[in-house]
Design a protein around this ligand. Structure first.
Ligand SMILES: O=C(O)CCC(=O)C(=O)O
Length: 268
């Protein structure tokens, strides 16, 4: 039987430095996302949705150990039996430092995966205020393995390839990707989908912050590289249906994974 999954991407504006406003807004959008007849099985949020890029004050506003996020998301996912990839948040850790971290909650409310951004984006001064993650992040979506990357990470094809080689059929990408690089956003996401023959589910923010504007264009790309859903530049909940069996079919049509010649690759 074909196993199809409905996904919803919360393409939202974010108030820099105002976690209370952002939590309120996310709660509204979550309710809206599940209040349709076509209820999604998976909801994805954008990057750093709790604080935005208020990096100068990030130490004082980041979520302590992610507790506030965990409480809200775990309760919501359990009540509505929906999986949530809770975008990424700025998370203050007791051991020291703020991380840009994704937490995943299964439909039973239990934590089902975690990933902290590995490649910090120096154009936004991330490396001055945030700590880099050190591990890959995976979760399960509808019984299939999914890998996670955050925004700038999509410029590093090695990371997506590693996740695919480890079994991921779906790549989930929360982002705050700004103007004027829409061409890079669409091209890099499509390339990750085509070269790894996997679904890419990418949720970007909209709005402006400190002179930077964000164009949205959240999208879902199938393993053939076709964009099956794409948002515009306004706040919206983008929905799509994915069929992980298509990954197996596409990998069978062009056998990239069996034709790889890793002995010829010099990857630093
Ligand atoms: O790579 C880019 O152009 C954007 C990356 C970015 O904005 C981020 O990682 O937050």
């Amino acid at each position: 039987m074909t196993k199809r999954l409905k996904v919803a991407l919360l393409q939202m504006d974010i108030q820099a430095g105002d976690p209370d406003a952002n939590f309120r807004h996310v709660e509204e959008l979550l309710h809206k996302a599940v209040s349709t007849e076509d209820k999604p099985q998976l909801i994805v949020l954008p990057e750093m949705w709790n604080t935005g890029y208020a990096l100068d004050i990030i130490d004082s506003i980041a979520d302590r150990e992610g507790q506030r996020t965990k409480q809200m998301m775990s309760a919501f996912s359990r009540e509505h039996q929906v999986q949530i990839v809770a975008g990424s948040i700025a998370e203050q850790r007791a051991a020291g430092g703020v991380y840009n971290t994704i937490h995943v909650f299964g439909p039973d409310g239990a934590e089902a995966g975690e990933y902290s951004k590995i490649h910090l984006f120096c154009l936004m001064d991330e490396e001055k205020h945030l700590q880099a993650g050190g591990e890959l992040g995976t979760t399960e979506v509808g019984g299939e393995q999914a890998g996670m990357m955050i925004c700038y990470d999509i410029r590093f094809p090695e990371l997506a390839r590693t996740l695919a080689l480890q079994g991921a059929k779906i790549l989930i990408v929360p982002a705050e990707w700004p103007n004027p690089r829409l061409n890079h956003w669409r091209t890099l996401l499509t390339a990750r989908a085509i070269e790894n023959q996997m679904y890419v589910i990418a949720c970007n923010r909209v709005g402006t912050s400190g002179g930077t504007s964000f164009f949205g264009h959240s999208m879902v790309i199938d393993p053939w590289g076709d964009i099956i859903a794409e948002a515009g530049e306004e706040e919206t909940i983008l929905t799509a249906e994915i069929n992980p069996e298509l990954v197996t079919e596409v990998r069978g049509r062009i056998p990239v994974f069996t034709d790889r010649r890793p002995d010829h690759y010099r990857l630093g």
